[in-house]
Design a binder for this molecule. Sequence first.
Ligand SMILES: NC(=O)c1ccc[n+]([C@@H]2O[C@H](COP(=O)([O-])OP(=O)(O)OC[C@H]3O[C@@H](n4cnc5c(N)ncnc54)[C@H](OP(=O)(O)O)[C@@H]3O)[C@@H](O)[C@H]2O)c1
Length: 287
Amino acid sequence: MRTVVSRLIHSRASISKLNAMTISKSRRHLSTDSNKVDEPFKVEEAETINVPPPPTEKLLVLGGNGFVGSHICREALDHGLSVASLSRSGRSSLHDSWANNVTWHQGNLLSTETWKEALNGVTAVISCVGGFGSNSHMYKINGTANINAVRAASEQGVKRFVYISAADFGVANYLLQGYYEGKRAAETEVLTRFPYGGVILRPGFIYGTRSVGSMKIPLGVIGSPMEMVLQNAGSLSRIPLVGPLFIPPVNVTAVANVAVRAATDPVFPPGIIDVHGIQRYNQRKSK
Ligand SMILES: NC(=O)c1ccc[n+]([C@@H]2O[C@H](COP(=O)([O-])OP(=O)(O)OC[C@H]3O[C@@H](n4cnc5c(N)ncnc54)[C@H](OP(=O)(O)O)[C@@H]3O)[C@@H](O)[C@H]2O)c1
């Protein structure tokens, strides 16, 4: 359970001097007979310390039993957050011990409203709900389901909403029209309903270990070397039509790191973060 904050260290002023200065300054506000200005408070050094996050922080991961969602749940638990997940199948086939520390809700974002109870007391939501199929199915699952979630969260007073969207893939956008139209519609809803606490991550291919039942599929075997080759090929990704194929893949742990940070750090800037932004934020965090 770690939240990083900065503590200011000053050379001459001890806490008691600081208190004395505060008192003397507030007295100046009340009296009119003194124009004397105190010596300015001088900050010489800043030190980073770890303090636990407020115990009231509660995260709901939509699709927490999926590939990205399960990594996000683990990351959030490592940060000491209270974590719940909502999906159609609930806990599903996850056998790992960390899963015992998640509260699993079963519900369909496209059906009746009973799933909204999962939002009680929730301070931040991360949505990993998405999928493929026919164009109309893709629009529903990537768009409508998430739009329903964004609206319910905003009505419930949730402070921050993070949506795992997807990078533009040029020609693929055309072939998977329902997928991308759904993603963009959900993004618009996040930015409209959460102008100060809405963050959208747009990764390309996400690699890592995907659990399918009791099997673990190591997608990093392809993804990791591709990321190394393509992460410095920024200009190639701007070539019309084929350029998006050069978008570097990103590790699922990086997506999870940045998503949890975006959901819990009140000064994390709202808006859209592409794959290069995800890599940058991830590196910044791990320093
Ligand atoms: N994997 C990648 O390479 C990649 C790349 C770019 C973007 N993304 C995006 O990242 C997100 C997560 O991807 P993923 O690979 O982790 O997908 P995933 O493993 O298929 O997870 C999708 C999750 O959504 C839940 N879900 C689907 N429909 C739902 C509904 N109507 N109501 C409630 N829950 C629902 C699923 O659980 P149930 O089936 O139990 O409901 C599952 O937990 C998706 O939005 C995807 O488009 C993924």
